[in-house]
Write a protein that binds this ligand. Structure first.
Ligand code: 8YV
Length: 319
């Protein structure tokens, strides 16, 4: 039987590429550059399947130019805001993602950002690294304590729950807002707020874990930043679209927000150059899921979805 033709748009983990080569007639973009609209359109004529990352944009305009061959887009990501799902569905193209497997790695990065933002990681590292650390005082780099503080989580899905589990280890008092209240087994005692506004009032630390959708663009705007307790710390490991970045800087300038920890930005790659002036914005370049174990698990999950599809079954993560 001829193997389905698969295009892998980016350099996935070695274990993933090995397994893909075993089971598919695979072409890998070893250059590891993001696939352009033209690349995607060309691939839709030549391949039965694509494993893309969030760096490839399946807009309605691009999908409208697709050929007949492409049958499935098996994303190597949990977020699918780079895919116009109705447009792909209208073309009869199946779409899958990779939930679950990256929750812990992403929650770890959220914890790193929360702690780093609260405890002056950027300025502290710089002062030691540059040899500028020439004095010490009890009033020096005093931060905000995480242990026992109130944490607000927006988006109590898999990553939100994984982050809550880690925050419980810090004795945090956990509150959340989600489209629907989660079960007690999932909430593990976290207190539900039926509005974002209600949650913000108790969020000494705020962590975003919801997807980017038309409804959540600029979820954190100037009105909402003003609802946080004075000196709150804001963490975003979900999507840059969720934060109005000018409003964040204004909230930091006014002292409403003490610090922020960000793994994602409106513009990626690159981030917001204006943030560089803020030592109290601790930043990472969208590496929430970037551990060896999780990269393998994401690649394997995407391949599991493809295997099911080409066996005539419904992939476990079909959207
Ligand atoms: C990935 C992510 O690094 O899964 C997601 O939605 O944002 C990240 O974990 C990236 O999307 C890989 O394609």
């Amino acid at each position: 039987m001829t193997k389905p033709r698969l295009w892998i748009t980016r350099r996935l983990s070695d274990a993933t590429l090995e397994r893909a080569a075993r089971d598919y007639d695979v072409v890998v973009n070893y250059d590891d550059t993001p696939g352009s609209a033209a690349d995607l359109i060309a691939a839709s004529h030549e391949f039965d399947a694509i494993i893309p990352c969030h760096s490839e944009h399946f807009t309605a305009e691009v999908v409208a130019q697709f050929g007949e061959r492409l049958k499935i887009v098996a994303n190597h990501s949990v977020g699918v805001d780079h895919c116009d799902l109705p447009a792909l569905k209208a073309r009869g193209i199946a779409v899958t993602n990779t939930p679950d497997v990256l929750s812990d790695a992403t929650a770890e990065i959220a914890m790193l950002l929360m702690l780093g933002a609260a405890r002056h990681a950027v300025a502290g590292d710089r002062i030691v690294r540059t040899g500028a650390w020439d004095s010490w005082s009890p009033a020096f780099m005093v931060g905000k304590q995480v242990t026992g503080a109130r944490l607000g989580i927006i988006g109590m899905g898999r990553v939100g729950q994984a982050f809550a589990a880690k925050a419980r280890g810090f004795g945090m008092d956990i509150h959340y807002h989600n489209r629907r209240q989660v079960s007690e087994a999932e909430a593990q005692g976290a207190q539900f707020h039926d509005t974002v506004e209600s949650l913000l009032g108790v969020a000494d630390f705020l962590s975003l874990h919801c997807p980017a959708t038309p409804d959540t663009v600029d979820l954190m705007n100037s009105e909402r930043f003003a609802m946080l307790p004075q000196g709150a710390v804001v963490v975003n490991t979900a999507r840059g679209a969720l934060i109005d970045e000018d409003a964040l800087m204004a909230a930091i300038d006014s002292g409403q927000v003490m610090a922020a920890g960000l793994d994602c930005f409106k513009v990626e790659p690159g981030g917001n150059p204006d943030f560089a002036a803020y030592d109290n914005i601790f930043m990472l370049p969208h590496i929430g899921s970037a551990t060896t174990r999780t990269r393998d698990a994401m690649g394997f999950r995407a391949l599991d979805n493809l295997d099911a599809f080409f066996k005539g079954e419904t992939p476990g993560d079909k959207l």
